[in-house]
Structure formats: C-alpha cells, structure tokens
Design a protein around this ligand. Structure first.
Ligand code: FE2
Length: 436
C-alpha cells in the first residue's frame, strides 16, 4: 500500500479505536434456496417478504418462495416496493408490516427493496412518528430503541451493499431531497448473496449498480481517517460512518481491483457470466467495507441530484415517475469531487486510479485527482452514461437548490477527507455540470 504508514497516526483528543460490525453473509450460486431453513433457524414462523413487481417475475424469486414453503413458513408477500422509495412508500410498507404481524422479514431485490424492508421492520417494531428516526437535522435523529426482528436480505443487483449496512435511504417528498435512517439495528441479520441473480440484469441496471459499488469503495478508501475524528463521548457514541480504517481499506482495495478487471467486460458482453458474478463479489466486499467506514461527497451530493429530478427517466427502470438511478446520481458527482479531494490524500487517490486500471506510472501526487477522474469519465462513457448533471436536466440556475439539498447530509459531508462549506459544495456541483 503506497499510502504513508502514519495515515492512521493517533493524536491527542482524537479517536483511537475503530469498530467492525457486519451481517452474517452466505455467498454462492443457488444459495437463495437456503432462505427457508435460515429463517426457521432464527425461530421465524411467519415471514413478511418484500420485493418489487419486476423481481417477482424472475425465476430466482420462485426458487426463494419454494424454499420458504418447503420450510413450512407462513408467508405474507409485499410486492409493491417503489424503486427509489419515498417517505410515503416507506409508510405504506410499514402499514403492511403492522397488519401482517410477522416474526421475521426477508427482502429480495436491489437497494430500494432492502431499504424499504428495513424501514417496515423498524416502524412495525417500534412505532413512532415518521421523522422520529430520520437523520437530523431533517428528522429528530432519535436512536432506534433496540434490536429489530430478524431480517434476511437477498440482493439481486451487483451494487447496493444495503444488505451489509444499517442505513435506509428514501426521498422526503416535501423537501424534494433524499435522506436516510441510520442505526446498527437496521443492519440485516443475514445476507444471502446469490450471484446467479445478476445473469439477467439489463445494461443500465448493471452499470448503475456497478458505479454505486465503485463509488462505495473509492469514497470509503478516501474518507477522513478514523483517527482524525474527535474522540466520541463514549464507545456507544462512535458513529457507523467512522471514517477510513485498516479493515475497510482491505475490502475497498480488493473491490476496486475486481471492478478494474471485470466492469468493462460485464458491460461489453452480457453473456460474460463470470464478469457479472465477480461484480457481485465486489459489491459484497465494498458493502462490508463502507458499512464500517461510511461514504462521503459523491453520495452526499447524490441525494440532491436524485431528489430534485424533473423529467429524467432511464431505460431499464420504471418510467412512471422521473428518476435518476442511485448509482447514476452518485457517479455524476464523482469526477468533480475527486479532483477536489485529491490534495487531502493524493496517494490514496492514485491507488484507486491504479486499481481501476489507469496508467499511473508517470503520475505524481499533483496529478492524482486528474488521473482518477479521467479514468472515471472513461468508464462513464463506456457505460453510455450522462457526462455530468447537465444531460440529466440541471443548469447553473439549479446550483443553489442542489447545494441546499446536499447541505443537510452532514453525516456524509463530514466524512470527506477535507472540510467542505456551502460555497465549496456549490462549486463542486458547478464542476459536475458537464465533463465532456
Ligand atoms: Fe450507494
């Protein structure tokens, strides 16, 4: 590792320890068939299954349902999860959960499905006003009172990482901004990661989820070092977004190397199943990593990009409401961000560029941001993704609204390797308008 040995040097008054927390994970082709026995092993008799209308049509969904029925489980099915969920769709799912009264949960789908299931489990287990558990300052940020009911998460895209994290993200309709609920208790009890689910992913779903993984790993690796944070008041006050740490670094490095090797292959040839399956492994590694470090600016900015969308839709996604898929709303910010943050830890930005396949042999620390961002732009072009915010419909007239939408994401903004105030954030959005 080329970063200096003192990256995690301890300092007076700063954090001196980091914690590692993760879901139990089972990974392998066909492992969805284990779901029934895994739920009964957790004493679940009645399970609420969360999915969306597209996943419900997939053959692997039947494999899962067969497993639940074989195990003798009583199943209540919610198949109306909204892609890119809102406060309203979370509440609808929670009402279903209250009525179904399950003693366990299972989610099968992308991040929207898994996040919706986390929220349903939370509000059915510990009823409260919706904003009670939502991150401050948007919500009250009240701590989740205790453990939730068992939840087995089954990701079907190669991106989310939601199966490994205690975060549920949604669109707060009144504010036209995304925000989230974060608690260790939201982390699913188990994840079943079946790479066969990736075989049928359409191009834009594959690319958006791969860019999400890429950014999870790149952001975690370049986040503020945990040892540079002010020491928490006590161990229970240590945040989940605790910053880069040696544990997260391992997962980020391997995930980025896999992405560098397989992402272009997976996009170029839909029949390259090895490449697709490897991308899911990268998603799991990055999910475990960022669940213990946290992401920063590209994700913090993405909440505004997705929340303020006006007319944009993307092929392969539902077209009944305007939306920017999560991974797309993240990656359009990333080149602007990494050009800006490279000066804080240039060696780490060069590491990311190299693992993603960039030639860094002649690059010095001053080139780090440019080398990494240029490599990201190459991948975005290969994916036929928008080259910035302008093709999504944003102009300079939107810069203040975008900045206002991102400023409340303090959990993410404060995890960046350098401090970003309102003026700097607005300049980042300006730089992200058009890359080519
Ligand atoms: Fe993400």
């Amino acid at each position: 590792m080329s970063c200096c040995h003192h990256y995690y040097a301890l300092a007076e008054g700063c954090e001196s320890a980091f914690s590692v927390d993760m879901s139990k994970i089972t990974l392998g082709p066909g492992c969805l068939a284990e779901a029934g026995e895994r739920l009964t092993a957790r004493a679940v008799k009645r399970v609420a299954v969360f999915t969306d209308s597209r996943i419900k049509q997939m053959p692997f969904f039947q494999t899962l349902m067969d497993s639940l029925l074989r195990a003798g489980l009583d199943v209540a099915l919610f198949d109306r999860v909204r892609v890119e969920p809102t406060d309203e769709s979370f509440l609808e799912a929670a009402r279903f959960a209250v009525e179904a009264d399950p003693d366990g949960y299972l989610s099968i789908g992308g991040g929207s499905v898994i996040d919706t299931c986390k929220a349903a489990n939370l509000y059915a287990t510990y009823p409260a006003d919706f904003l009670a558990y939502v991150n401050a300052p948007v919500g009250e940020g009240r701590p989740v009172p205790g453990p939730l009911k068992p939840h087995i998460a089954c990701p079907t895209t190669c991106g989310t990482g939601s199966e490994c994290t205690g975060i549920a993200v949604f669109d707060l309709l009144d504010m036209k901004a995304k925000t989230g609920i974060a608690s260790v208790h939201l982390r699913p009890s188990e994840a079943l990661v079946d790479p066969q689910c990736t075989h049928t992913l359409p191009h834009n779903v594959l690319a958006a989820s791969a860019f999400d993984v890429l950014s999870h790993a790149a952001e975690s690796y370049t986040a503020i070092p945990y040892s540079a944070r002010v020491a928490p008041a006590g161990p229970m006050a240590r945040p989940m977004s605790q910053g880069a740490n040696p544990w997260s670094d391992m997962g980020c490095e391997r995930a980025l190397q896999i992405i560098g090797r397989y992402f272009e292959r997976a996009m170029a040839d839909p029949s390259d199943l090895e490449a697709r399956e490897q991308m899911m492994w990268a998603a799991t590694l990055a999910g475990v990593a960022f669940g213990n470090s946290g992401v920063h600016l590209p994700h913090g900015m993405s909440y505004a990009v997705a929340g303020l969308v006006r007319n944009y839709t993307v092929e392969d996604y539902p077209d009944d409401h305007p939306m920017v898929p999560h991974g797309m709303s993240v990656i359009v910010n990333a080149p602007a961000v990494f050009r800006h943050t490279a000066c804080a830890c240039p060696e780490r930005h060069l590491d990311v560029a190299r693992w993603l396949g960039a030639d860094v042999s002649d690059a010095g620390n001053d080139d780090a941001g440019e080398v990494l961002s240029t490599r990201l732009e190459q991948l975005m072009r290969k994916a036929r993704f928008p080259g910035g915010l302008a093709p999504i419909g944003y102009t300079v007239a939107d810069l203040d609204a975008l900045t206002d939408g991102a400023m409340p994401q303090q959990r993410l903004l404060s995890n960046a390797p350098l401090a970003v105030d309102r003026a700097a954030l607005k300049e980042l959005f300006r730089s992200a308008l058009s890359y080519w």
